[in-house]
Write a new protein. Structure first.
Length: 342
């Protein structure tokens, strides 16, 4: 019997291609000079330091993906931004509890290794890590023929952060009459794309020929790490919420303590063109609010006396503004008015 008849490569798995991708990641992740690194990309595990200046450090971990935004990237054959999204979806959750991101790992599963595509994705991951001041310390790439259709893939990310016990943001810090601020989103971020794609399909809209959608749909998720951590360090915020799947109401209620209510005035929300476009193309207000961030990428809950101080930490495009306040009550969230979509 010819033992060479069956090989792993013939089954659809190319180990040499995977090894070359690992070498690429390792080479570009060690270009920084003058900085001691403990990452062990290509090994069995990675080692990182816990910052020594943090008193009574607590570890915080988050994991997420980018959902069906991947299909938009596939349609447009553009992969240089979804890696940023991948990092953002985890690190923006970490900072809600006051944690500083330390390290990030990615997982990519794909039908067949395409080095051009994978290099583009990983460059985005590295850019996201740079924006959030954390290290890409490793990950996994799995070639899975038969599980994914041709050219299909999925990505997931895992972030670890650290926070001093006295800096943890918990519900008890939120008080009656605190203000609720919106930090604008950069667009859709990485939520609601199944609905977006359903609408595009039903209306037979070709995004390759639509300059507006081609630009808007792959805008990377805004990373709020640097600004929010500065506010936490200065004790300028009492709570915050990352507005992702489920929209404003479902996410902000997760940080509201018992017997208090986040009263949101929807009339005050400044939304952007992509949300107006979706609304005008047949999505109801109710569906918009529970599916998309609608322009509110991240919420801060602050003492009113800190409002002007907080604003100074943001550039004009992402300057936070008041959209509500904390009141006494039992429903946790109350939405008043309606968004002006015009």
């Amino acid at each position: 019997m010819n033992k060479k008849l069956f090989t792993y490569k013939k089954s659809g798995v190319n180990i040499n291609a995977a090894d070359n991708f690992v070498k690429f990641i390792s080479s570009v992740s060690t270009k920084k000079k003058g900085k001691k690194k403990f990452s062990n990309i290509g090994g069995f595990g990675s080692i990182s330091d816990i910052p020594k200046h943090i008193k009574k450090p607590k570890i915080v971990a988050c994991t997420d993906g980018v959902g069906t935004k991947i299909e938009i990237a596939n349609t447009l054959n553009k992969y240089d931004t979804i890696g940023i999204d991948l990092v953002a979806m985890s690190v923006n959750d970490l900072i809600v509890q006051g944690a500083k991101p330390l390290l990030f790992l990615d997982y990519i599963s794909i039908n067949k290794i395409n080095l051009i595509k994978l290099k583009s994705i990983i460059k985005g991951v590295m850019k996201g890590c740079k924006e959030s001041n954390c290290e890409l310390v490793g990950g996994e790439t799995a070639e899975m023929p038969g599980t994914y259709e041709k050219d299909k893939f999925d990505i997931a990310g895992f972030a670890v952060g650290v926070v001093g016990k006295n800096k943890i943001l918990n519900k008890n810090k939120i008080k009656k009459n605190d203000l609720i601020l919106s930090i604008p989103s950069s667009g859709l971020h990485s939520n609601g794309f199944s609905l977006v794609r359903y609408l595009l399909n039903k209306k037979k809209i070709n995004i390759k020929k639509n300059k507006f959608l081609k630009t808007e749909l792959l805008k990377p998720t805004k990373i709020y790490v640097k600004e929010v951590l500065k506010l936490i360090d200065k004790n300028l915020i009492n709570g915050c919420a990352n507005i992702t799947g489920g929209g404003l109401a479902d996410n902000i209620k997760r940080v509201i303590p018992k017997n208090l209510v986040a009263e949101i005035n929807l009339n005050k929300i400044n939304t952007s063109k992509i949300f107006k476009w979706l609304k005008m193309n047949g999505i109801t207000d109710k569906e918009m609010l529970k599916t998309f961030n609608c322009g509110v990428g991240f919420c801060l809950i602050i003492n009113p006396k800190n409002l002007n101080k907080v604003k100074k930490y943001f550039k004009k495009k992402f300057k936070p503004y008041v959209i509500g306040k904390i009141s006494a009550g039992k429903n946790k969230v109350k939405l008043n008015g309606s968004i002006d979509w015009i």
